[in-house]
Every structure is written in structure tokens, then in C-alpha cells.
Design a protein around this ligand. Structure first.
Ligand code: 5GP
Ligand code: MN
Length: 392
């Protein structure tokens, strides 16, 4: 078989030449073929080695007319889900579309101040309005999740029967195959991707205070206030630009992080006193039972971030929280890690879950006692990986 040698020549910021050499034995001559690839303006702006951009030109043509758009976030929406869906909604409204955000269920109190939050439909509560909005839409945008099951059973069924196309903007691994896609697992947040989506459309000047506030919020919450490894210089440049365009950073941090109830702090105290540490595996976990949640008047969002206290221990690289949820009859799990140990893989392999390399979640059917036993029994298998995960 003939050997082909490929040479990549970068000719400018906008193009790349691929030159192939092959020696043709029968004719005793060297064959050289050359192909020039011109990047579209989108690639120039946001390209990265992990980006998937599919159907973008077609999507832009589709959106060149005024459309009815529904934007959906995942079940138990967090700051990134709410910030990205609302940020994109404000942007599409400015582009002349009619846009509705539909989320599967309740989201934490500390996100209700977000601009546009009051017009959001909750699929479980406002089912008729949500179904109607979905049925009347020309396209659905799926934000901050990679697979339809992440919206929960009932809403998943509705989406599976949807007859128009989906567009996905998301940073989770292994995205479902939809017609239009902008996926990049190396970007810290879907909010940063929405910013870059607006940038790709040459529309940064449309970013006003509302859009800037929503996008800032999701970038802040998904990066642990700009401290996780996924935070890049580009993230900081985007954050700076969002401040210039009206995001009030002190107000946003205050609204999200300094809005605790007394009960939430007491619940945190309970969680910390339930902490168990396994130094030989550099692992720690926290548990919360339904009874403990009740005792401290648990509200949606109260356990958000609690797992990070386990990870904040010196020498700990793997942290988990197991939270009893009688409503769903499961144990809801969050995993966090420092360094190379992939909690996404761990959650996929053992707990029906997924997420990112350093932050993932999953579920377990059984009691708190059973999950503790199951989890502890898994640790020896990962001893080497855990011990070499992170060098400070
Ligand atoms: P959290 O622990 O904050 O709930 O979630 C951390 C990350 O894991 C998020 O990016 C979230 O989307 C993802 N995640 C949480 N729970 C699940 C789950 O049950 N399945 C999958 N595939 N991902 C999850
Ligand atoms: Mn996210």
C-alpha cells in the first residue's frame, strides 16, 4: 500500500493548506496534492480542539426570519442553566423572535432575581402552558445538558414527540445527536458558550445589562467563582466585557452567595458533622437524610455547593455527597474531584450519571446505608488513580 505523507501549512488566520505526498511506484513519480481549507468566521472566533459545530449556517438562515423559539434547561436548573436560557432568551428577543424559557422543575430561590425569571414556565407546575409553548414553537434550544433524559421523565416524553428540530448549546461530554449543535466540553459553562454564540453572530453589541447579568451569573456559578481549571484567560476577558456591558459583579455575587437562610446554614452544619474521611483513598463524603433536611426546613438549592466543603480538605482529591430524596425515591449524588481522576467516568460506570471530569452527578436506588457500603466497596479499585490524581 502506498504511504501518504500529510503536511499541514497554516497560511493565515483564515486558512490552512493540507499538502499530501505519495510516491507512485508504477510511474516512479511523486504525486503532490494540495487542498486549501478556508475557515468560516465562526471557527476563527471560537475554535478549539474539542468543539463540535453542526448546521450553523443553516441555523442562521432559519433564524433570519422571526421565529417562535422555546429554550429548555435541565432538571433541577442551576445557575448556568438559568443564566444561559434567560441570557439567550433576551438575545433572541432583541433579534425579533418570540421566545419562551421552559424548565422541568423548581430552581433555587437565589436565582429568582435573574432578569426574565418571572416569565419562565415550569413544566411540572405550568404544564398546559409549557406543552402549548413547545407545540407552537418552530425550534427548541436545549441548553446546558447533553441528553434528553436530563429533563426528567415527563418532559422527556414531550420532547421525544416534538416534530421540529432541536439546537443544542452545551458543554457536557457525549452529546445526543441533534440537527444543530454547538458543543465544547472544554468550555467552563454554557453561559460562556452563549456569549461565544452571540460573538459568532457578530452581535456582541446587542449584549445589554440583562444579557450580561444572566451570562455572568452562569459563568460565575459553574466555575466556582472563576477558580476551577476550566476558567481560562478567555473566560476572564468575557467576564470583563460583561462587566463593561452592564453586569454588576458585586450585586450578582451578593444575590447568589449571600442570600442564605438561617436553616440553610444549620443544614450545612449538619452536613459537615456527617462528613466521613478515608485518607488512604484521598476521599471524603457527606450524607444528608430526608429527616435531617426536614429538621432544617430544606428548600431547593440549600445543598448546592455543600460537596465542595468535602473537597476543600487538604489531601482530599475525591468528594461526594449523598442526599436522600423521598419525592423521587432515590439518593441524589454529586461528585467532585481535583486533578486527573474523572468523576464523569466514575458516575457513568457506577451510578447512572455523568457530567464533567471534575464535577458530575448520579443517582442510586436504595438507602443511605446501602450507598455508603456500595461506595466504600468501590474505592480500593481506584486506589492508585486516586493517589496519583493531583499534585499540589
Ligand atoms: P451537580 O453535582 O452540581 O448536581 O452536577 C454536577 C455536574 O454533573 C453538572 O454538570 C450536571 O449537569 C451533571 N450531572 C448531575 N447529575 C447528573 C445525572 O444524574 N446524570 C448526568 N448525566 N449528569 C449529571
Ligand atoms: Mn453548566
Amino acid at each position: 500500500m502506498a504511504k501518504i505523507h500529510l503536511l499541514l501549512l497554516k497560511t493565515s488566520e483564515q486558512s490552512l493548506v493540507i499538502r499530501g505526498f505519495m510516491f507512485n511506484d508504477s510511474k516512479n513519480q511523486l504525486v503532490i496534492k494540495e487542498n486549501k481549507i478556508n475557515f468560516t468566521k465562526y471557527y476563527k472566533i471560537v475554535s478549539s480542539r474539542t468543539m463540535i459545530l453542526k448546521g450553523f449556517d443553516e441555523l442562521n438562515t432559519f433564524l433570519s426570519k422571526s421565529r417562535n423559539i422555546v429554550i429548555v434547561g435541565h432538571r433541577n436548573p442551576d445557575g448556568d442553566a438559568m443564566g444561559s436560557t434567560l441570557g439567550l432568551k433576551h438575545y433572541f428577543s432583541k433579534k425579533g423572535h418570540s421566545t419562551t424559557v421552559v424548565v422541568p422543575n423548581e430552581y433555587p430561590d437565589f436565582l429568582h432575581w435573574l432578569p426574565g425569571s418571572e416569565s419562565t414556565y415550569r413544566f411540572d407546575w405550568q404544564n398546559t402552558q409549557s406543552q402549548k409553548a413547545i407545540k407552537n414553537s418552530d425550534i427548541i434550544f436545549l441548553l446546558d445538558f447533553n441528553a434528553l433524559h436530563r429533563v426528567g421523565h415527563d418532559m422527556q416524553k414531550t420532547l421525544e414527540n416534538y416534530s421540529n428540530e432541536f439546537a443544542m448549546i452545551d458543554h457536557h461530554q457525549q452529546p445526543d445527536n441533534v440537527k444543530y449543535m454547538y458543543s465544547d466540553v472544554e468550555i467552563c459553562s454554557t453561559c460562556q458558550m452563549v456569549y461565544q454564540f452571540i460573538e459568532m453572530n457578530n452581535d456582541l453589541d446587542l449584549i445589554d445589562e440583562d444579557i450580561a447579568t444572566c451570562l455572568y451569573t452562569g459563568i460565575m456559578t459553574d466555575t466556582g467563582s472563576f477558580r476551577f481549571r476550566s476558567t481560562t484567560s478567555k473566560t476572564h476577558r468575557i467576564i470583563a466585557d460583561l462587566i463593561d456591558r452592564g453586569a454588576q459583579n458585586d450585586k450578582i455575587h451578593n444575590n447568589v452567595y449571600d442570600a442564605n437562610s438561617y436553616g440553610r446554614l444549620l443544614l450545612l452544619g449538619q452536613a459537615l458533622s456527617n462528613l466521613q474521611i478515608f485518607p488512604e483513598y484521598k476521599t471524603a463524603f457527606i450524607t444528608l437524610t430526608e429527616a435531617e433536611k426536614k429538621k432544617f426546613d430544606f428548600q431547593k438549592g440549600d445543598t448546592e455547593g455543600v460537596v465542595n466543603y468535602a473537597l476543600s480538605l487538604k489531601e482530599i482529591v475525591f468528594a461526594a455527597i449523598f442526599i436522600e430524596d423521598v419525592e423521587q425515591n432515590i439518593i441524589k449524588i454529586s461528585f467532585r474531584s481535583k486533578g486527573k481522576f474523572s468523576v464523569n467516568q466514575f458516575a457513568r460506570n457506577h451510578f447512572n450519571g455523568g457530567g464533567h471530569d471534575n464535577a458530575a452527578g448520579g443517582r442510586f436506588e436504595g438507602s443511605i446505608e446501602e450507598i455508603i457500603e456500595t461506595f466504600k466497596a468501590l474505592l480500593p479499585k481506584y486506589k492508585n488513580e486516586l493517589n496519583s490524581s493531583y499534585e499540589a
